[in-house]
Write a protein that binds this ligand. Structure first.
Ligand code: UDP
Length: 492
């Protein structure tokens, strides 16, 4: 933990504060929430994470070292009522559902957790609940007990503001085609987007849009919002979020920096499918700053033909690479449909393919790595920023096209691969030539060097933000001070 040596001062002033941390049960949400619970516990808070029994073992593994260091952190569980909503037992995470009907049922099961949360609050009497933005109903549960609910947003202020300004002012209704750019109204920086890049829940009335509106409304009724970001990263949009959209917010990130130890980094999310040793040994054998890391988060599911294009593009770029591909258990390794003939033999020593789950933070922070092809999920984006790498942006779904704009146009530490169409999980198709060109652009030449300098500078600022006296450290101190005052009502 970053703050093992936290001053006794901070510890004693906050020692009585007990906070519940309730993430939405999918990797992109649980990973930063667990980091945040660890971070808070390192500042003297008693942190209790709420998990489903399915996720509990990985939660416990992630916090084991923090507990051993003597910090007060634990896990309690709530059980998804899958049977009640008509879902089979294996649908413990949203990704295991495979039809719109199943997805709706999953959301129903999530919503039905309110009584279990009430019971836990009665039993444990936390002073506050920090809950995922996907759990808007928790604001009413917290209100019943007179305790504050803080919403946790796993994205950037930039993306939040861009999506909210688009949802409220609907610029996409005044253009003639999906590919015609529009300027996001009432949003700093003259940022343009196209209708094709917008999430369907912003441009259409979907089931998720109802939830999205509820999320936005519940945020305004919440005590405030916690963001995994830092002030210096996006100051204009941080102010916009507060002054124009009216949210009280605190920035406490990058929360991943609470994982200083290799074991902590290895335990984030899921145990890696490649041994730490073989992965790091491979990277150790490469020249500093020469390797590109390619990974599209926990959910993206590219087609075999798209993976084939990526393979060819990487080979043609002639840059050493580590590439994470989802494992297909039904096919023998090396015999996958997408793998070009003789590819792994040709790439021996030049490229490493990891099938399954990679220790992403360890890899990104290795000195050999200086480029990252990313789907622009916010966790990956922040991990890339913190590691000081240049990025090829390849957004797929969610708010990722907004994060692409932040990376390429505001921070100017990356270039777009050229994905144009928002698509759930499968992604827009991109040819190998575009992959090759974008990878070369971030790794070779003057433009790449300028990006490298900016990326390294930003990573230094990110690290400073969480140090004592840094902006995120101070924001957290201010929040903890404030949370000492609210009175609990109705909690026996
Ligand atoms: N991740 C990882 N290894 C993998 C794939 C993903 O450690 O092989 C982690 C990654 O470091 C990040 C998270 O999973 O913390 C993915 O979150 P993100 O917001 O980037 O994308 P999502 O999966 O939510 O689309």
């Amino acid at each position: 933990m970053a703050n093992e040596g936290e001053t006794n001062d901070t510890k004693s002033t906050t020692s009585k504060l007990h906070i519940f941390f309730f993430p939405f049960p999918s990797k992109g949400h649980t990973i930063p929430m667990i980091d945040m619970a660890k971070l808070f516990s390192s500042r003297g808070v008693k942190s209790t994470l709420i998990s489903t029994p399915h996720n509990e073992p990985s939660f416990l593994r992630s916090i084991e070292r923090t507990q051993k260091l003597g910090f007060d952190i634990g896990v309690v569980t709530v059980k998804l009522p899958l049977e009640k909503v008509g879902l089979p037992e294996h649908c413990q995470i949203l990704d295991s559902t495979n039809s719109p009907d199943m997805i709706n049922k999953y959301w129903m099961a999530i919503r039905m957790l309110d009584k279990q949360l009430e019971k836990l609050i009665k039993e444990h009497c936390p002073a506050c609940v920090i809950t995922d933005t996907f759990l808007p109903w928790t604001v009413d549960v917290a209100a019943k007990f007179g305790i504050p609910r803080l919403a946790f947003h796993g994205t950037s202020h930039f993306a939040m503001c861009a999506l909210e300004c688009t949802r409220l002012y609907k610029p996409h209704l005044n253009i003639s085609s999906d590919s015609e750019p529009f300027v996001i109204p009432n949003f700093p920086g003259e940022i343009t987007m196209t209708r094709a890049q917008l999430p369907d829940f912003i441009k259409e009335d979907t089931e998720f849009s109802k939830l999205y509106i509820e999320m936005m409304e519940s945020e305004l009724r919440s005590y405030g919002v916690i963001m995994n970001s830092f002030k210096e990263l996006e100051p204009v949009y941080t102010d916009h979020y507060r002054d124009v959209l009216g949210r009280r917010s605190w920035r406490v990130g990058p929360v991943l920096l609470c994982n200083q130890d290799t074991e902590d980094k290895l335990q984030r999310g899921t145990r890696a499918t490649i041994g730490e040793d073989s992965c790091l040994k491979w990277l150790d054998s490469r020249e500093a700053g020469s390797v590109v890391y390619i990974c599209f988060g926990s959910r993206t599911d590219f087609s075999a033909s798209q993976l084939h294009e990526i393979a060819e593009g990487l080979e043609a770029s002639r840059q050493p690479f580590v590439w994470v591909v989802k494992k297909d258990e039904s096919v023998e390794e090396g015999k996958e449909e997408w793998l070009p003939q003789g590819y792994e033999e040709r790439m021996q020593g030049k490229g490493l393919i990891i099938r399954g789950w990679a220790p992403q933070v360890l890899i990104l922070h290795h000195k050999a790595v200086s480029g990252f092809v990313t789907h622009c999920g916010w966790n990956s984006t922040l991990e890339g920023i913190t590691a000081g790498v240049r990025m090829v942006t390849w957004p797929v779904a969610a708010e990722q096209f907004c994060n692409e704009k932040l990376i390429t146009e505001v921070l100017r530490i990356g270039v777009p691969v050229g994905a144009k169409q928002w698509m759930v999980k499968v992604g827009d198709s991109v040819e190998s030539e575009k992959v090759e060109k974008a990878v070369k652009r971030i790794m070779i030449g003057d433009e790449a060097e300028e990006m490298r300098v900016r990326a390294i500078e930003l990573s230094k600022i990110a690290k400073k933000a969480v140090e004592e006296g840094g902006s995120s450290h101070s924001d957290l101190t201010a929040l903890l001070e404030e949370l000492k005052s609210p009175k609990k009502v109705g909690c026996s």
